[in-house]
Ligand binder design. Structure first.
Ligand code: ZN
Ligand code: ZN
Length: 138
């Protein structure tokens, strides 16, 4: 179930990674470690993103529920220009990204020289979504 609009999530496979996607609000759920893995496939170094996830701390209490354990997630801030607020399961199941946040995060952590790669990754994901859903929107 989507943490935001409570519609059933669909599974989109991308390079062997199963990403849960909400066709209604276009949000995406990444199990723990999947976001770093997917961005690394796009040529974005996983280190800075991994550190940002660790440094984000516990965050503040949110209202959305983890699709895995159904408990309320916490809101954490990633990056600083400006920060992207994402929902993270306190039990470590993963991260929920609203529509558009994945692309923002990839661009944030890609740095200038990798911006082309980040765009390429975003395009690949959109392509995967279009194949599965007929909609290529993130
Ligand atoms: Zn949704
Ligand atoms: Zn959970």
């Amino acid at each position: 179930m989507c943490p935001k609009c409570h519609e059933p999530l669909i599974v989109v496979e991308f390079e062997g990674v199963e990403i849960d996607y909400c066709p209604e609000c276009r949000g995406t759920w990444f199990d723990a470690g999947e976001l770093e893995f997917v961005t690394e496939l796009g040529g974005v170094p996983a280190g800075p993103l991994h550190r940002a996830l660790q440094l984000a701390g516990p965050g503040r209490g949110g209202t959305r529920r983890c699709p895995r354990c159904r408990r309320k997630m916490h809101v954490i801030a990633l990056g600083d220009s400006p920060p992207v607020e994402v929902d993270r399961c306190r039990a470590g199941h993963g991260l929920w990204l609203d529509a558009g946040e994945l692309v923002t995060i990839v661009r944030e952590f890609a740095g200038n020289e990798d911006a082309v790669v980040a765009g390429f990754l975003a395009d690949l994901l959109r392509h995967g979504l279009a194949e599965h859903t007929g909609r290529g929107e993130l």
